[in-house]
Ligand binder design. Structure first.
Ligand code: MTE
Ligand code: MO
Length: 200
């Protein structure tokens, strides 16, 4: 017959739908989700550090950070509170670039922020072109409420892993749950497997 049934008269699945993980809806806005007040960090005072499992620390000033090769990730983001936003554009430095300065065999990482927020990830999720420390959104300096001067961006995991106002990353040989993970969120947080809460 040459006619393909779409089944149960359902709406045709668009290319955009295919980019929205299960249980998520699309938003054109950019909601702000912060567990506390917005810390005010000046570029002059800003530092970013990576500490290895052996305790060695590498630190970049704002100037040194901006002098590193800049990348422009174009990506979709997914918040565990069920909003997803497509085609976001960021500017920043790849974690691969930053990790080149660090001697490590660690398996885990704990990102920590001004204000005390933390979040944990396997180190391999920060490597391989999957994570950045970003300082611009849509070509404009990152707004303080969205994590400016700079935040982590790990778009393949739920957005709570993208620590705002990032201060540094500690590399660890064991997994250490962060702020939301201690409160019952999933330790990994893959939106495509709907890993929202512990046990999902
Ligand atoms: N430092 C810090 N980072 C954070 C948070 C936070 O409360 N503090 N919230 C997380 C959560 S739950 C989400 S969904 C995103 C929200 O980022 P946005 O406010 O830019 O949308 O930031 C994540 N990073
Ligand atoms: Mo979130």
């Amino acid at each position: 017959m040459g006619i393909i049934s779409r089944g149960f008269g359902g709406r045709r699945r668009t290319a955009e739908d295919a980019r929205v993980p299960p249980g998520q809806y699309l938003t054109d806005g950019f909601p702000v989700l912060s567990a506390g007040p917005t810390p005010r960090v000046t570029e002059e005072d800003w530092r970013f550090s990576i500490t290895s499992e052996a305790g060695d620390t590498v630190t970049w000033t704002w100037e040194e950070f901006l002098a590193l090769p800049q990348e422009r990730p174009h990506t979709d983001i997914h918040c565990v509170t069920r909003w997803s936003k497509l085609d976001t554009e960021w500017t920043g430095v790849g974690l691969d670039t930053l990790l080149e300065s660090v001697d490590t065999a660690a398996d885990f990482a704990l990102a920590y922020s001004h204000g005390g927020y933390t979040t944990n990830l396997p180190l391999e999720d920060l490597a391989g072109g999957q994570a950045w420390v970003v300082h611009a959104f849509g070509g404009e300096p990152l707004a303080p409420e969205h994590g400016g001067p700079a935040r982590l961006l790990v778009p393949h995991l739920y957005f709570w892993k993208s620590a705002k106002w990032i201060k540094g990353v500690r590399l660890l040989d064991h997994d250490e749950p962060g702020f939301w993970e201690q409160a019952g969120y999933h330790p990994y947080g893959d939106p495509w497997r709907e890993q929202r809460y512990w046990g999902d």
